[in-house]
Ligand binder design. Structure first.
Ligand SMILES: Cc1cc2nc3c(=O)[nH]c(=O)nc-3n(C[C@H](O)[C@H](O)[C@H](O)COP(=O)(O)OP(=O)(O)OC[C@H]3O[C@@H](n4cnc5c(N)ncnc54)[C@H](O)[C@@H]3O)c2cc1C
Length: 406
């Protein structure tokens, strides 16, 4: 049984929780911070199962938190990766329009890029697309030179190491699952499977569990987390020469997903995906995973039912892609028509935590709420890994005011 008084308990050892602890400790080195992570390693969920892309910030609505934090976070992430030798490569990417109907949205994405101050972007012709990616075909595209790839697990492991080595009072506790909270005046007892942690303040960055933690802690939330699994295929040895770096389609403007794409990873493999399939288990990475509590909660929520009433065609299409290799391949062939079935082999999966409003809308922007001695990150979808250090800095500013740290 552990009993410790911490200035701040951070829940969640993904990129957002670790960046938050690191940023607060950088500003206030004497604060004692405990990061509690339920898994046996950091980044076991979204952060360690994502596409590994350092996003430019081109997609996001000018003025949004996503746009602002992606751009500043990206620059900071690249500087961090250089300083601490985290595997990364600023290789650039192309966004490719395959049909006339996509050109208007592609132009909108480009204009967002200009408004968001994204460096090294330009429109490219069909000929330039094949010069950059010889197997890719499209009618027009965008070159985004500042996009890159990174080892996000390496990044978060380094953050955990720095938190423990630079700030004597702070520690990352693995296999420590937060179960409940007891409030006693200004002190919160955080109850875990490894005993109690007493805290003056709590910051929850719990990803797929963030709504449940907010409710348990007492802050509550007016949205709910619904999981959307992304399945990947890998390019086989035979298919690998068909992709040099990163190839993306023009995204469907109705959804915050970027569409199945090709991504070279820092380990040299090339991944194709991810799709976006509603899950029956929040932390379920296999196609048939099921959890009764997760399913009842998701389907019992008005927002989910409204979302599917509006977007049932999208839902069915994604299920088809999940269970049919031929259908998945067809989507990929939109970008690389010569891709064949034996060019791709089944790969891993990740689940995105998407906050849905009661009206059935996906909350597009990052959502952070503060109440009393608690701060909750209630929506941190892509590009939150790229933006993690900037989100951490933003939470440090909120904490400074909310918790009177200064
Ligand atoms: C398929 C996929 C592809 C993506 N691609 C990209 C990309 O290329 N680039 C990009 O920038 N973003 C990408 N994203 C988004 C990005 O990965 C996430 O936005 C980001 O990782 C969110 O980080 P997080 O720390 O909030 O969540 P997480 O990484 O999920 O971390 C939350 C942590 O909280 C822990 N936790 C939960 N409940 C408890 C509890 N009760 N007690 C203790 N610990 C708890 C969990 O175990 C987990 O480790 C992608 C996401 C997915 C799923």
């Amino acid at each position: 049984m552990t009993t410790n008084l911490y200035d701040i308990v951070v829940i969640g050892g993904g990129c957002v929780g670790l960046s938050t602890a690191y940023k607060i400790n950088q500003k206030y080195p004497d604060l004692k911070i405990a990061v509690l992570e339920k898994e046996s390693q950091v980044s076991a969920h979204q952060t360690g199962r994502n596409s590994g892309v350092i996003h430019s910030g081109i997609y996001y609505k000018p003025g949004s938190y996503k746009a602002k934090n992606c751009v500043t976070g990206r620059r900071e992430l690249v500087a961090f990766a250089k300083e601490y030798n985290i595997k990364h490569d600023i290789c650039g990417k192309i966004i490719v329009a395959s049909k006339e109907e996509e050109l208007a949205h592609m132009n909108k994405v480009f204009q967002n890029g200009i408004a968001n101050g994204i460096e090294d972007i330009r429109m490219i012709s069909a000929k330039e697309i094949t010069e950059i990616e010889p197997y890719c075909e499209g009618i027009a595209g965008i070159w985004v030179g500042c996009t890159g790839i990174i080892d996000y697990v390496g990044f978060t492991k380094k953050l955990a190491e720095l938190i423990e080595s630079k700030f004597t009072g702070s520690k990352v506790f693995l296999e420590t699952e937060v179960k409940d909270f007891i409030k006693d005046g200004p002190i919160t007892t955080v109850k875990t499977n490894r005993g109690d942690f007493t805290a003056k303040n709590v910051i929850a960055c719990a990803g797929l569990q963030s709504d449940r933690i907010a409710i348990k802690e007492g802050t509550g939330t007016d949205s709910a987390i619904v999981g959307f699994r992304g399945d990947y295929y890998d390019l086989s040895e035979k298919g690998k020469n068909k992709v040099r770096n990163l190839i993306y389609p023009v995204p469907n403007p109705q959804f915050p997903f970027l569409g199945v794409h090709f991504t070279r990873m820092t380990n040299g493999s090339v991944e194709c995906g991810p799709n976006a399939v509603f899950v029956f288990k929040r932390e379920g990475y296999n196609k048939t995973d099921f959890n009764l509590k997760d399913t009842v909660q998701a389907l019992g929520y008005k927002g989910t039912r409204r979302f599917f009433a509006k977007h049932w065609r999208f839902g069915l299409d994604e299920y088809r892609g999940a269970f049919s290799k031929a259908y998945f391949l067809k989507r990929l062939q939109k970008l690389i028509p010569s891709l064949q079935s034996d060019d791709i082999v089944p790969g891993r999966a990740g689940v995105r935590a998407m906050a849905l409003s009661r009206e059935g809308n996906m909350i597009d922007d990052f959502k952070i709420e503060a109440k009393g001695n608690a701060i909750h990150v209630l929506n941190a979808p892509s590009p939150a890994a790229t933006a993690a250090l900037a989100i951490g800095a933003a939470i440090e500013e909120i904490a400074t005011k909310q918790f009177n740290l200064g």
